[in-house]
Design a protein around this ligand. Sequence first.
Ligand SMILES: [Zn+2]
Ligand SMILES: [Zn+2]
Length: 125
Amino acid sequence: MERITQQKLAIAAVLEAAESPLTPPEILSRAAKAVPHLGVATVYRALRALRKDRKIVIVEIPGEPPRYETAARGHHHHFFCNGCRKVFEVPDCAAQLAELAPPNFQVLDHEIILYGKCPECQEEQ
Ligand SMILES: [Zn+2]
Ligand SMILES: [Zn+2]
């Protein structure tokens, strides 16, 4: 198998197994177990290729480094913890959001990020 293919598969597998979106350094440390001598530049190259193939999507939270997740999960949202700065999955969506748009506007998509404290960070208060 071509090396870049092997690296891409390993990185796609890491993102499929991940419980939440991951930063490139987090992806590197998890994928390095399957692909020895993996470097961060290779991770970025594989991430670009996987995005082009629509296998993964980017998760952008203002002021945070870009994170990546599998495209297989479909439409959902994220919770950002202001304490530990971790990102959590929000599987549901408020379906009536399109009604917030002014009359005669057609909503095609939306992004929601919930901010707050995860259970662990609430305990530390
Ligand atoms: Zn937290
Ligand atoms: Zn939604």
